[in-house]
Ligand binder design. Structure first.
Ligand SMILES: NC(=O)c1ccc[n+]([C@@H]2O[C@H](COP(=O)([O-])OP(=O)(O)OC[C@H]3O[C@@H](n4cnc5c(N)ncnc54)[C@H](O)[C@@H]3O)[C@@H](O)[C@H]2O)c1
Ligand SMILES: [Zn+2]
Length: 370
């Protein structure tokens, strides 16, 4: 039995996230959204790793459509830029895509963010469907309608809110995902529990072995619950005027580390490091206990996520937080932990607090020799 989670905000947007074991219901789900599928063309946008694995399955689901095309770009964050968006526009123009036609983002967060942004801007906006295939995209980036690309070294600097019409999650694709990418996704799963749901956080930790084994029922619950947490937040605040910022737990310093390391570390790994820093600051402020801090920090380790980092200059990372979009009135918007399962937005975190947190996770070469 497939699971389903509707995401709805008044009549502004409304779409379903469906959780499946294969691609066999994709055609039916698309037909539920469009009763005139035979009059529409669909362009699958994917990357060079994911396309060869699933493009033909997605094509099969669209056998009744007016046409199906596929645009494939090189895998990796380096492709999440305006020149790749431009090449997709050129392809769509050449193939005469109109406002009625639909893009299908088949891949991880890079494909989803880039395809969503292309859909948001091509002909002032056309529809798109998310078919997320990485853990990170299934639990986080495919829902909530944030789309965009990196610009001149600034992460997600150019973008738009554009809601998908459907999110079709085939959990079995996780079996093909390289281990390092799978665990990077766990960074966002642990983040989701920490910021909103202590029971889910505890459940995740208690299911460590099943998660390692990619047990289907465990994955289904884990991805579903992560999406539920995000859904509840984005429904209340779709355009990040308030509480949606809670989803950025671990991201203020996480993004700065990601940029400082020139994207050598994966996004989810940086989120883990950033969350340790946020927990450290919360602990030093007396918001969480010693035990809580050490638990939050140490529980990333069994999920193969880093809690220390070498070769950094903490001051330079703090400097990079100032370029963050989360800045307001000269203060960095920081998400702290009030307790496990409850995050809060804070505008008073000082540079010194961030430096102290970075020094806590900094594991220098001297430490290694000691
Ligand atoms: N829009 C949002 O709300 C939001 C939220 C979080 C992250 N993001 C963005 O998401 C991106 C990271 O997403 P990601 O971690 O999915 O990265 P990604 O899209 O680069 O995918 C990671 C790697 O896994 C490969 N891959 C994906 N699915 C696969 C599968 N089933 N089998 C084999 N290989 C597969 C990809 O080709 C890529 O090499 C970042 O750009 C980040 O900024 C966006
Ligand atoms: Zn993230």
């Amino acid at each position: 039995m497939s699971k389903r989670l509707p995401v709805k905000k008044d009549d502004v947007f409304c779409y379903d996230i469906v959780f499946e074991q294969d691609f066999s219901n994709l055609g039916k789900e698309i037909a539920n959204v469009y009763d005139d599928i035979k009059d529409r063309k669909f362009c699958i946008v994917t990357d060079s790793n994911v396309g060869p694995l699933y493009e033909s399955k997605v094509r099969d689901a669209l056998s009744n459509a007016a046409g199906v095309d596929c645009y494939t770009f090189p895998a990796g964050e380096e492709s999440k830029n305006l020149s790749v968006v431009q090449s997709v526009y050129e392809f769509l123009i050449k193939e005469k895509y109109t406002r009625k036609d639909v893009l299908i983002a088949l891949g991880g967060g890079v494909v989803g963010d880039l395809t969503g942004f292309t859909a948001a801007t091509y002909l002032r906006g056309i529809d798109f469907i998310q078919v997320p295939t990485s853990l990170l995209s299934q639990v986080d980036s495919s829902i909530g309608g944030k789309t965009g690309v990196d610009f001149s070294q600034y992460k997600n600097m150019v973008g738009a809110f554009h809601m998908p019409r459907l999110v079709y999650t085939n959990l079995s694709t996780l079996n093909d995902l390289p281990g390092i990418q799978y665990y990077a996704g766990m960074g966002e799963v642990l983040k989701a529990g920490l910021l909103k749901d202590a029971n889910f956080y505890a459940w995740t930790i208690n299911h460590l072995y099943e998660i390692h084994d990619k047990d289907f029922e465990t994955l289904e619950k884990m991805v579903y619950e992560s999406c539920r947490i995000k859904k509840e937040i984005v429904e209340k605040d779709p355009y990040e005027k308030g509480d949606r910022a809670l989803l950025n737990l671990g991201h203020t310093l996480g993004h700065a580390i990601e940029k400082y390391k020139n994207f050598e570390l994966l996004h989810g790994e940086c989120v883990a490091l950033g969350t340790v820093c946020a927990a450290y600051i919360s602990w030093k402020r007396g918001m969480i206990t010693d035990d809580d801090y050490y638990e939050v920090r140490d529980m990333f380790v069994p999920f193969n996520l880093p809690i220390t980092i070498d070769r950094i200059v903490p001051e330079e990372i703090v400097e990079l937080t100032k370029n963050d979009k989360k800045m307001s009135d000269g203060h960095v918007k920081f998400i702290l932990l009030d307790k496990i399962g409850k995050a809060v937005v804070d505008h008073t975190v000082t540079e010194q607090e961030m430096l102290d947190a970075l020094n806590e996770i900094y594991f220098s070469e001297e430490d290694m020799k000691a």
